[in-house]
Design a protein. Structure first.
Length: 538
């Protein structure tokens, strides 16, 4: 191994995977922070987790993802990063303390026709059970490039299980059967789509940007890491060779001016190939997000160029060719009054601020809303509330607003949501005291698209001497792609392999060792004592 003090590391992308890689380079690789450079064309780090805003203009929440007890690499990372609020305890300690103090409770998960759906079963038929059992058993190679709807019959997609599972993880019938299998094996304990203290699913005190990204960025900055924002990486030059892969030059663009960075053989280069946040468009209360565009973002274009250099650098077109099938839309509501929270609490039959989320089962957009414990933002005023929602079918016309969600303003989206809850008497007061900001992500679900082996490149390709791929579009065996753990684990693997560190990366927790969870899934029951006959459909 080269002298760490003389090694430079260049990371392309400022999302969680790059931030984690930088942290592991410092902690485990002994590389000085001043020798680490993080490039991103955005103005702030965080990638798809980036959140922003204020009470006056309205807040915008980045992607909302939970943490699980089996996220071994993530917990290792967060075990040495001080929290944003208290420097005397780590982010991991803060999240665990918050989890034990404030229990997350999904008191009501499904709503239809303005009423709570009380259904103790998941709606499986005998065929569904057999299909699920076989899916657990078959090797992944048998599912390559298969869609979920090529494995299950149409009735499966009408079950309560599918409504709960799809809205928990963002799956649609045309997404990857391999990825569906990975999620099912990993999160079988969440098979009824309910998050509670029993499931050991963790949500941080604030949004993920404030709870995880900001503390991580601060820790890196304090150690001298260089954040080069508004920098576009155009290409990497490799030494001429068919077998050995050594980066020798990074080509960048800053404000339209091209530049080159020479890379020594002892330096390291990490690329977060692809981006679910590419081409993200933010709307306003009176403005819809910008229309969809087929032009891929810079992180995709960089990967498209790299893929032409070596045949094991993946095939990005597997994830970018169908934006209409990878489109996600979310919205964040900033409430200046408590009227929505009061109505929501009465509707679900519990406290409005205990977490959990509700899916509007009969929504054409398949809407879900999530009400966080307040404050959701670190600097959020006490008299302001924030909640969010998302839809899996934003290209469909609404039930009450006869437009595609992707074409709707924040006011129209909020009207649709409130109409589903039948909050008609308070509709205008809530609209007049809220800021709803819609967010369109054309590539939001790109990591879930069907794929063949080799579509995602290895974290460290064969023959690489100083180069690695990181993030959800690198290949990490058995790990579900669209999780915090995937981003952090790929970064940890890349750092440890390129530096030839003897410290091992913790094994992937597969999740199917709990017999009770498997049995409950097979019987088609939700948590709690068995009730009713599981043949019943939603």
């Amino acid at each position: 191994m080269a002298n760490p003090a003389q090694t430079k590391a260049y990371l392309v992308g400022a999302g969680l995977s790059s931030l984690a890689a930088a942290a592991f380079l410092i902690k485990d690789g002994a590389i000085p922070g001043k020798n680490i450079f993080i490039f991103d064309e955005q103005q702030r780090p965080g990638g798809s987790l980036a959140s922003a805003g204020d009470a006056a203009q309205g807040y915008h929440l980045g992607e909302s993802r939970f943490l699980d007890t089996g996220f071994n690499s993530t917990w290792e990372l967060l075990s040495f990063i001080p929290s944003l609020a208290e420097s005397t305890r780590t982010v991991k300690q803060e999240i665990f303390a918050f989890h034990h103090k404030f229990v997350w409770a999904d008191s009501q998960r499904l709503v239809a026709e303005g009423r709570r759906v009380e259904d103790p079963v998941l709606g499986f038929s005998t065929r569904d059970r057999l299909d699920l059992t076989e899916l657990f058993a078959v090797p992944e190679d048998f599912l390559l490039n298969k869609r979920i709807d090529e494995w299950f019959h149409p009735g499966f997609f009408q079950t309560s299980f599918w409504a709960l599972w799809a809205t928990s993880f963002g799956f649609l019938p045309w997404h990857s059967a391999v990825e569906f299998k990975r999620y099912l094996r990993r999160f079988v304990h969440l098979s009824d789509g309910t998050f509670s203290a029993e499931t050991e699913a963790f949500w941080p005190q604030y949004n993920l940007f404030d709870s995880v990204v900001r503390p991580l960025v601060r820790w890196l900055a304090e150690r001298g890491v260089n954040f080069e924002m508004d920098v576009r990486v155009l290409d990497l030059d490799f030494k001429p060779s068919e077998k050995v892969k050594t980066v020798q030059r990074i080509r960048t663009s800053v404000s339209g001016r091209h530049d080159e960075i020479n890379v020594n053989e002892t330096d390291l280069v990490f690329v977060a190939n692809g981006s679910p946040a590419a081409n993200t468009s933010l709307g306003g209360m009176e403005e819809a997000p910008s229309p969809l565009t087929m032009t891929s973002g810079n992180m995709w274009r960089l990967w498209e160029g790299l893929a032409t250099k070596f045949n094991d650098f993946g095939r990005p077109e597997a994830f970018t060719q169908h934006p209409s099938k990878t489109l996600w839309e979310s919205f964040t509501v900033t409430a200046m009054e408590e009227n929505f929270f009061d109505l929501f609490g009465k509707f679900i039959g519990g406290e409005p601020h205990v977490g959990g989320f509700v899916t509007l089962r009969d929504s054409n957009w398949l809407l879900s809303v999530q009400v966080h414990r307040q404050p959701c933002f670190y600097e959020q005023p006490e008299d302001v509330g924030v909640w969010q929602g998302w839809a899996l079918y934003p290209e469909r016309r609404g039930n009450f607003i006869q437009k595609k969600m992707s074409e709707c303003t924040g006011r129209e989206i909020l009207t649709e949501v409130l109409s589903h809850f039948r909050f008609m008497e308070e509709l205008l007061p809530i609209l007049n005291s809220s800021r709803c900001l819609p967010c369109l992500r054309p590539y939001g679900a790109s990591a879930l698209m069907p794929r063949e082996r080799g579509n995602r490149p290895p974290v460290v390709p064969k023959g690489s001497t100083n180069f690695a791929f990181i993030g959800p579009f690198s290949e990490v065996s058995h790990e579900p792609a669209f999780t915090l753990e995937y981003s952090v684990r790929s970064a940890q693997m890349a750092v440890y392999q390129l530096l030839s560190l003897e410290k091992p990366v913790a094994a992937v927790q597969r999740g199917t060792h709990e017999v009770g969870d498997l049995l409950r899934l097979y019987r088609g029951l939700k948590k709690g004592p068995p009730q009713g006959e599981p043949e019943h459909r939603f």
